[in-house]
Design a protein around this ligand. Structure first.
Ligand SMILES: O=C(O)CCC(=O)C(=O)O
Ligand SMILES: [Fe+2]
Length: 344
């Protein structure tokens, strides 16, 4: 693969993308093959790299992004959640009701999946469809006879996590709703949290971390994201032009506001811009994100009428979730794609 410094012309790039995709082993496969330089298709433009125009704040500034103890009194919580969501669009929560042991097991399960032997993983590689594990005859090696059946398996950790994270998401929406002076259920009903998508990211060691990113700067398009990260670090949040580290805190969950909630709240809440640096460590980084969004494609959404007044007119036009989703699928991941598009 080309790793010079000239930009790749389109069909060359396409060929290298196909070549990479057909290995069916992802970037982990490249690392395992012992490469010391990353293929050109992974090179990001200078301005979007860690050493780009944006300043990265020193580590002692990380405390700026609030850690909120959800066992505290609801009145305080509403204030703290509102403040963090308005200012950063990001906060961490502890004492959130999800057992820390479940979080640890989930990280281990997702990491374990990404670290399956190459041959096994290659079989599971596919785009655009879900699934955590796939096998034929779980009892193949001890049943009297094998049966004519294949099975998709979603592991225990994932199921438990999904149930608990749904409850947490609804609780947070209640607090966010109260933070806007609305009834507990108003926001949840308006945004209709009908769709949850879970992703399990794996950021292996990168031999040239200054040339690429783990995930480039973006805002999440949906309503709300709950993220579980391991202890490796690398997630950064932008605030007033500076990148702040979102320092891992064992047992905590990261919460961030998505574009859709920024629009529904008429900019009372901010969808926080964030990125993950390419991992320079020999230990891989693992994270799990659950994106909450609307499940109702044909409903109209827009700033809630209660939040619109002559002093603060609607900042966004009405949109359908299907418009937002189509746009999301057709665009490169970037910051404020939706808010800029629907802004009046
Ligand atoms: O891995 C992370 O910490 C963040 C991932 C992320 O921002 C995303 O999937 O939208
Ligand atoms: Fe994100």
């Amino acid at each position: 693969m080309n790793d010079g410094s000239e930009p790749l012309i389109n069909n060359e790039r396409r060929k290298e993308l196909d070549e990479f995709d057909s290995t069916k082993l992802g970037v982990k496969g490249l690392v395992d093959s012992g490469i010391t330089r990353i293929p050109r298709i992974f090179h990001h433009p200078p301005e979007s790299l860690r050493a780009g125009s944006d300043q990265t704040e020193a580590n002692n500034q990380t405390e700026l992004i609030p850690v909120i103890d959800l066992s505290g009194p609801d009145l305080d919580l509403v204030d703290r959640v509102r403040e963090a969501s308005a200012k950063f669009g990001f906060f961490q929560v502890v004492n959130h009701g999800l057992p820390v042991s479940l979080l640890d097991r989930l990280i281990a399960a997702v990491k374990g999946f990404h670290e399956l032997p190459a041959a096994e993983k290659r079989r599971l590689y596919r785009r655009g469809s879900s699934g955590v594990g796939f096998n034929s005859n779980f009892d193949l090696f001890w049943s009297k006879a094998a049966s004519w059946r294949d099975t998709l398996e979603i592991r225990q950790e994932v199921l438990e996590w999904d149930k608990e994270v749904k409850q947490l998401g609804e609780r947070l929406m209640g607090l966010l709703s109260q933070g806007l002076g609305l009834s507990t259920d108003r926001l949840k009903d308006a945004a209709y949290l009908g769709r949850r998508t879970m992703v399990g990211h794996y950021y292996p060691y990168c031999p040239e971390p200054n040339k690429t990113m783990g995930i480039s700067s973006h805002t999440d398009p949906g309503v709300l994201t709950v993220l579980l990260q391991d202890q490796m670090g690398g997630l950064q949040v932008k605030h007033q032009g500076k990148w702040l580290d979102l320092r891992p805190l064992h047992g905590a969950l990261v919460v961030n506001i998505g574009d859709m909630l920024q629009m529904i709240s008429n900019d009372e809440y901010t969808s926080g811009e964030h990125r993950v640096l390419a991992n320079p460590s020999s230990n891989a980084r693992t994270s799990i994100a659950v994106f909450f969004s609307s499940g109702l494609n044909e409903n109209w959404y827009g700033p809630l009428p209660e939040l619109v007044s002559p002093e603060k007119p609607a900042l966004y036009r009405q949109f359908k979730f299907s418009d937002l989703f189509t746009r999301f699928l057709s665009k490169e991941i970037e910051a404020n794609t939706m808010t800029n598009f629907f802004r009046l």
